[in-house]
Design a binder for this molecule. Structure first.
Ligand SMILES: Cc1cc2nc3c(=O)[nH]c(=O)nc-3n(C[C@H](O)[C@H](O)[C@H](O)COP(=O)(O)OP(=O)(O)OC[C@H]3O[C@@H](n4cnc5c(N)ncnc54)[C@H](O)[C@@H]3O)c2cc1C
Length: 208
């Protein structure tokens, strides 16, 4: 089971900050969970992650939850005549690597940078595609490769994840590699779009 809380900003200027709360199940199991009742589901979530009571306590009905389905898809070319496609519409994937919102924002920044730096819409669209091509492709491939480790009926893959990967993940340089994977920086997405990574304080940054 995956439970997550995703900060989603303010719905309008001046409004309070919001977060999306989600947990995952197979769509085919949704009716069984509903039939078992809301309290049973809340107990399970809170048992796994007690701090989630702050969110589950705001839910009085399954109708307040949306069943989100997702698929893996990468557009070969996210532009057409005077048209750019960005975000999930251009490259959707399972949310296991937690990169979808970042990728959408990087697309928007790349498009804006390309429009400001080139002399025509055609040239800007070309620059946008070139700037994002490899970062998008690498993360789509990583997501496709890693999703089965998180979500599958296989016995072997979760065993590898919990026993082998859990140990290897502590041996340098693997922590750094994993950190760059979940930070979206396996390939530098910034330089080509006129941005630079923030200087993050903390252990990993100190080790650099
Ligand atoms: C369960 C779950 C957990 C996730 N966790 C993370 C995470 O931890 N980190 C992360 O970075 N990403 C995460 N993501 C992915 C992230 O939410 C998406 O990648 C991101 O929202 C994509 O942004 P977008 O603007 O491309 O699309 P969306 O956010 O889907 O926005 C598209 C908008 O278009 C609207 N729309 C659709 N059709 C029409 C129409 N015909 N007319 C008008 N409007 C329309 C929709 O209502 C929607 O508001 C998660 C996704 C899911 C489902």
């Amino acid at each position: 089971m995956m439970i997550g809380v995703l900060p989603i900003g303010r719905p309008e200027p001046g409004a309070g900050k919001m977060a999306a709360f989600f947990w995952s199940l197979k769509p085919a199991d949704a009716d069984t969970v509903r039939a078992a009742g809301l309290e049973r589901w809340k107990e399970r979530v809170v048992r796994l992650w007690p701090e989630c009571r702050a969110y589950t306590s705001q839910i009085d009905s399954f109708d307040q939850l949306s069943l989100a389905r997702y698929g893996h898809h990468t557009m070969k070319r996210p532009t057409s005549r005077r048209l750019a496609v960005i975000g999930d519409a251009a490259h959707s994937t399972s949310p296991q690597l937690g990169q979808g919102a970042n990728m959408a924002l990087l697309d928007a920044a790349a498009l804006s940078y390309a429009l400001a730096r080139t002399g025509s819409v055609e040239a800007a669209l070309e620059a946008y595609v070139a700037a994002r091509r490899w970062h998008v492709r690498v993360f789509q491939a990583l997501s496709l490769a890693f999703t089965p480790f998180y979500q599958s009926d296989s016995v072997a893959l979760p065993f590898l994840r919990d026993r082998l990967v859990a140990r290897v993940a502590r041996l340098p340089p693997v922590p750094r590699l994993l950190a760059s994977m979940v930070a979206g920086t396996v390939i530098d997405p910034f330089r080509r779009i006129g941005l630079a990574e923030a200087k993050w304080p903390g252990r990993l940054a100190d080790e650099a």
